[in-house]
Design a protein around this ligand. Structure first.
Ligand SMILES: [Cu+2]
Length: 162
């Protein structure tokens, strides 16, 4: 029994250190930017795709106005939605974050389109990115390039272990 317990503990510790390595966060005023990441780019693809979660810990609504990175031509805020049977992507002029709310970007939903990559994105790369909020101002962070599964695992570990 004791042996099993130790195994479980070791597994938990391994998960936690994994999430610490793969998830990071940064604060701008009342906004917490959680685990910014990007997917490795597909071979020959001109564009990449990145994700962040935005938590508003304040009492005022805020809005992500734009994102920019020196590593790409420009960053667009996009939303994917099913229109009937067709998945459609449209550019947003901002993303509202209500007080107390967490806005999650994810494959198939809100995302940042990294247009005109200077070079392909490979797992392990870190892409500097600057986010500008209406109230919280500007904050710099990095998109960590990792395959989708690792990103999801890191998020699960983060959300379930704390
Ligand atoms: Cu897009």
């Amino acid at each position: 029994m004791r042996r099993h317990f130790l195994h479980a503990l070791a597994a938990t510790l391994a998960l936690c250190s994994t999430s610490a390595l793969q998830a990071h966060e940064v604060k701008a005023g009342d906004i917490v930017v959680l685990h910014p990441y990007a997917l490795p780019s597909l071979k020959g693809a001109p564009n990449g795709i990145g994700f962040i979660d935005l938590k508003n810990t304040g009492r005022q609504p805020d809005r992500l106005l734009k994102a920019a990175s020196p590593a790409v031509g420009r960053v667009e805020l996009h939303e994917m939605k099913m229109q009937g049977d067709v998945m459609q992507m449209r550019e947003l002029d901002g993303i509202a974050i209500a007080p107390g709310a967490t806005v999650r970007m994810a494959p198939g939903g809100l995302h940042m389109m990294l247009m005109q990559l200077a070079r392909p994105l490979s797992a392990g790369d870190k892409l500097p990115i600057t986010l500008t909020f209406e109230r919280a101002g500007t904050v710099n962070t990095e998109l960590w390039v990792q395959p989708r599964d690792e990103g999801a695992k890191a998020m699960d570990a983060h959300h379930h272990k704390h």
